[in-house]
Design a protein around this ligand. Structure first.
Ligand code: C2E
Ligand code: MG
Ligand code: MG
Ligand code: MG
Length: 283
């Protein structure tokens, strides 16, 4: 009985794996087509300055709309894109679209709004992609200070290439850097002291439990202190309610991003919210 059960469950397992492999292959093929068909677009989520509650920048987040209208979240396709090399094509699209958007907003009189983009380790190591980034800035005559690059900790475990050199090179254009999802992985403080970072983003997992777990609350508070002691601005992501907002304000976090404040939106919605936000806070 137990033997046949084991056999069955193995059979079931291998079928599931096969199905998963097929799904991955299907996603890869569809993703390749989506890139060609321009079916990827960016939504933008505002970040607010906690002292003024004004929107100071937006994070560009990639979306893939399939032919039947289904919107596939990046968590599903970024990993596959990384495994297949398609991530470079996606990065190229993301950089082009974000720079074009910056130029459009500038031309519409929205001159103080920065965009952050997420670049994975593979993307940041790709010389051609970095060159494309510079080309886009030059093409649109953009100042690099309106571009923030979000990197995750995994990048600093790669010693095959010199992350710091690339960062310093991009710094010369005014581009700044945020360390995303801080605290999520195998956080090490050692690299924080020698890398040209400007922002530290507290991983949303800590904030989510700030109300229910005293240790999460302590970690969130400590990360804010670490960031400040290193001269970095600290961003809280995943702000989902008033308690979290009050908490991070109390501990002097600099910036906040989350569904409670603003959801990721299309560029037109960003423009009107930005203008209303700046008009009302000034009044
Ligand atoms: P991330 O860079 O940490 O981005 C923040 C994620 O948190 C976004 O998910 C955002 O929609 C979500 N979020 C924002 N506010 C809240 C909140 O209040 N509560 C909760 N629970 N979540 C919130 P999204 O758009 O699904 O992106 C997931 C991840 O995919 C991103 O995490 C980023 O690592 C990656 N990603 C997104 N766009 C790109 C891209 O263009 N290139 C690369 N390489 N990665 C990307
Ligand atoms: Mg990010
Ligand atoms: Mg994050
Ligand atoms: Mg993330």
């Amino acid at each position: 009985e137990s033997k046949s059960l084991g056999k069955n469950s193995f059979h079931f397992y291998s079928q599931a794996l096969e199905k998963e492999a097929l799904t991955q292959l299907a996603i890869e093929q569809e993703l390749r087509k989506a890139i060609e068909d321009n079916a990827l677009h960016l939504v933008y989520q505002p970040k607010v300055d906690l002292r003024t509650m004004k929107i100071v920048s937006v994070e560009a987040l990639c979306r893939w709309t399939q032919q039947d209208g289904t919107v596939v979240p990046p968590d599903v396709f970024i990993t596959i894109a990384e495994q297949t090399g398609l991530i470079i094509d996606i990065g190229c699209v993301v950089i082009s679209k974000a720079c074009l958007q910056l130029a459009k907003w500038r031309d519409a009189g929205i001159t103080e709004l920065a965009i952050s983009i997420n670049l994975s380790c593979i993307e940041f190591q790709n010389e051609a992609l970095i060159a494309h980034l510079i080309d886009c800035l030059n093409h649109h005559q953009l100042e690099g200070k309106y571009l923030i690059i979000e990197l995750t900790e995994s990048i600093f475990m790669e010693d095959k290439f010199n992350v710091k050199d690339i960062m310093l090179r991009l710094n010369q254009y005014g581009i700044t850097f945020a360390l995303d999802d801080f605290g999520k992985g195998y956080s090490s403080f050692s690299y924080l002291q020698f890398l040209p970072l400007h922002y530290l983003k507290i991983d949303k997992a800590f904030l989510q439990y700030v109300e229910s777990s005293s240790s999460s609350a302590a970690i969130a508070k400590t990360i804010i202190d670490i960031g400040h002691n290193l001269g970095l601005k600290v961003i809280a992501e995943g702000v989902e309610g008033q308690f979290m907002l009050d908490y991070i304000k109390t501990y002097k976090c600099d910036l906040a991003q989350g569904f409670y404040l603003y959801k990721p939106m299309l560029p037109d919605a960003i423009a009107s919210i930005y203008l209303a936000n700046h008009a009302s806070v000034d009044a």
